[in-house]
Design a protein around this ligand. Sequence first.
Ligand SMILES: Cc1ncc(COP(=O)(O)O)c(C=O)c1O
Length: 409
Amino acid sequence: MSHLSNVWFKVTDLQIATGRGCRVTTVDGHDYLDFAAGIAVNSTGHCHPKVTAAISEQAERLIHGQVNTMTHDRLEPLAAKLADITPGPIDTFFFASSGAEITEAAVKLAKRATGRPNVIVFQGSFHGRTHLAMAMTTSKTSYRAGYAPLPSGVFVAPFPDPLASDQETTINASLRSFDRLLVTQTAPGETAAVVMEPVLGEGGYIPAPQAFVEGIAERCREHGILFVADEVQSGFGRTGEWFAVDRFEVEPDIICMAKGIASGFPFAALGTRRELDDLWPTGSHGGTYGGNPIGCAAALATIEVMSEPGFLDNVRARGNQLRDGLSELKERFPELRQVRGPGLMVASSFDHAERVPPVLEHCLHDGHLILMSTGTDGNIIRWMPPLVVTAAEIDEAVDAFADALKATA
Ligand SMILES: Cc1ncc(COP(=O)(O)O)c(C=O)c1O
């Protein structure tokens, strides 16, 4: 009998003993190619030697150095590195242990900095599983069902449809609906922040079009609303840039980071500008574990690895290779509808959601390939391998996927 909760849904029943690079090994010695990467977390691969060395070295020196009670020697170096890699004038950081804590922190900061009560989020987004984050999440009703009442003050604007044949029209319609929201439901003077995933993650790996992101950011500037980029999933090299917003002409006021930031050690960061942080009264937010020294060491090692020459080039090249491979399959298997997504945040969507489970199952059992679905309708398989994935591993995964499409047709 298991003593573990049943609340976790299971993508696989694999019993894993070890992991290295893009592969994990079961307790009875079978290898699997891990293209779920801990849900886009194992950015430098499983157990990157530089990350495990940094964690071990830090564990020997100091495991917990609670930030209210002391300042340990990893905090400032990490904040300085983050200031180098985060967009524009972001130069001040708060730390926590998970993505939901950081999206909540972003809203708390925005409320205190603006003195306004409401936030706007986008249809199909996912911001976490705590109560406020649930209220901000509209990618699936199952994330919220049974948990009402949820906090109020959250308003939902449309996100452009990636399948619309006329992208300009769908982007303009979404921007017009956003403008209507400010006129009909939450006035600018009552709106603290807009929180946007630059690539919808749980909503289906849907990249926000450039004109949409820039249009929303412009409206935020005009109305004194803070623009929050939730880069929990899209950040830390996942899209081939340090952050997905780096591809646009926008400077977020607040950026949310987690997942890939520390290669799998639970760690998360909020970045903002000093003058906004100055409006967040000391003691009005915090947490026991935020800024944990081992997490800081893992994040510093992750940044060091990702800063090595060629690291982000590999993400872009492997992303191109993956999209090309999947697009070729689209010709052979017309049930594949769309291949999309920047870097190694790639979606392959199906016409019918019922095709997804057998394909995933075949990939796992016959191809020894771990993949996951995503999206509101469950018709999308997402590709989020560790960012150190090789060309041979991409080929191996695409071949296993092709076999699965054929075998289960
Ligand atoms: C964009 C985004 N924000 C927030 C979260 C919540 O992060 P966590 O699961 O670490 O709380 C996630 C998790 O998938 C996410 O993808």
